[in-house]
Design a protein around this ligand. Structure first.
Ligand SMILES: [Zn+2]
Length: 244
């Protein structure tokens, strides 16, 4: 198990939905941001399915989730761009048009490290997570080669590492501190519209505080499990690909 990359100058985290980056790599990004890394977010879908309300105002939900994603990035300490591709939630495809966009943003933001969903995670049900993972991998390949999408008229860019979160076969752990965990939790809780559906916290319930503590404990348990893979108290595990 490898661990602890040197803090990159910049990182781009690519997600299917608002909140995926915070779940998958929030503590790592908080750690890097605190030591000078410029952290960028790229969110592929508009998050418009992220509600249990049977009759939602979709335009308002999309705008709310974008605001939440910007607040979450700030809570991590991220100072980079927060980009939304705006594909309909639940209908993300890993086609050439989407790959073109991901490659464009990798070239434009020139991240040293790219992070994204592991597309090879077995038995993963949500197609957006699978497709966002393939877009991350395929976008890196397209961005690094000058003959892919030459009409973009921006120099090609080869990141030095790709970290896949929710990894099927993790081989790399980023150790994180209590302070990084606090920032990850603050970022996750910035996604207020997702408290009920994803974090099982009902803000209207008298049991709200206990539900919130249970959510925080689940996140912390995950970080403890991931850290144990590398013999550290707290960490986030990834599949690392460094021969890009
Ligand atoms: Zn998601």
């Amino acid at each position: 198990m490898q661990r602890d990359l040197p803090t990159p100058a910049s990182a781009l985290a690519i997600a299917a939905h608002p909140d995926d980056v915070e779940f998958g790599a929030g503590a790592t990004l908080a750690k890097w941001a605190a030591t000078g890394c410029v952290v960028h977010h790229l969110v592929c879908t508009d998050g418009s399915k992220g509600t249990w309300d049977p009759d939602p105002d979709l335009a308002a939900l999309v705008a709310e989730r974008q605001d939440e994603q910007r607040a979450a990035a700030k809570a991590l300490g991220a100072t980079g761009e927060v980009v939304f591709l705006g594909w309909p939630d639940g209908e993300l495809d890993a086609g050439v048009r989407q790959r073109w966009q991901v490659a464009y943003w990798i070239r434009r933001l020139t991240p040293e490290v790219v992070l994204g969903h592991d597309p090879w995670k077995r038995y993963r049900l949500h197609p957006d997570h699978r497709h966002a993972g393939f877009l991350t991998v395929d976008g890196v390949v397209a961005a690094r080669d000058p003959h892919f999408f030459p009409e973009q008229s921006i120099p090609h860019h080869r990141p030095s590492a790709l970290l896949l979160f929710e990894a099927d076969e993790p081989d790399h752990v980023e150790p994180v501190s209590e302070a990084d965990v606090e920032r990850k939790l603050a970022a996750l809780e910035s996604h207020r519209s997702q408290l009920r559906s994803t974090m099982f916290v009902d803000p209207g319930s008298p049991d709200h505080e206990r539900q919130l503590e249970a959510f925080r404990a689940r996140v912390r348990d995950g970080l403890t499990e991931h850290g144990a893979l590398a013999g550290v108290p707290l960490g986030e595990a990834f599949k690392a690909i460094t021969d890009l």
